[in-house]
Design a protein around this ligand. Sequence first.
Ligand SMILES: C[S@@+](CC[C@H](N)C(=O)[O-])C[C@H]1O[C@@H](n2cnc3c(N)ncnc32)[C@H](O)[C@@H]1O
Length: 136
Amino acid sequence: MLSHIFKQVHTVEWDDWNISQAKEHCKDRDNINFIKHDLYGSEWNLPEADVIFIDAGHQYKQVLSDIMNSIKHNPNAIFIFDDYGLPPGEVKAAIEKTVASGHLRINFFIGERSEDLVHAGGTKFIDMEGCICNFR
Ligand SMILES: C[S@@+](CC[C@H](N)C(=O)[O-])C[C@H]1O[C@@H](n2cnc3c(N)ncnc32)[C@H](O)[C@@H]1O
């Protein structure tokens, strides 16, 4: 979907099977750069980007790591988070922590509202599906 909106997409994934599935699914697209990389186990050496869509690990420490690495390497980017309101709330907590520390500003909430959204485990979301942020 992102490859239909943006001129160039760099997508990061560490799992070979997921990469092969994504390549198969996007075989008609010629503007996607598939990067095999462990986001939490190795140094970030990823291409710069104007918009960063964060939807990898959903644990507090992982989301915090994605945020701080994204800000460090792309301070002028727009940051889009999926699963903001995913239970038990680790994505939301990491985003709120960086908002409270003055690194991030939430501009919009996007997607489904919590009352309409049930995650794969069957539990209701605790907040909105996603949000769009800036470095402040
Ligand atoms: C919730 S899924 C979302 C995938 C994709 N954004 C989508 O919507 O289809 C999270 C993805 O992050 C990947 N992931 C988890 N840990 C990772 C890591 N250390 N490095 C890179 N990717 C990782 C998983 O393999 C999984 O494909």
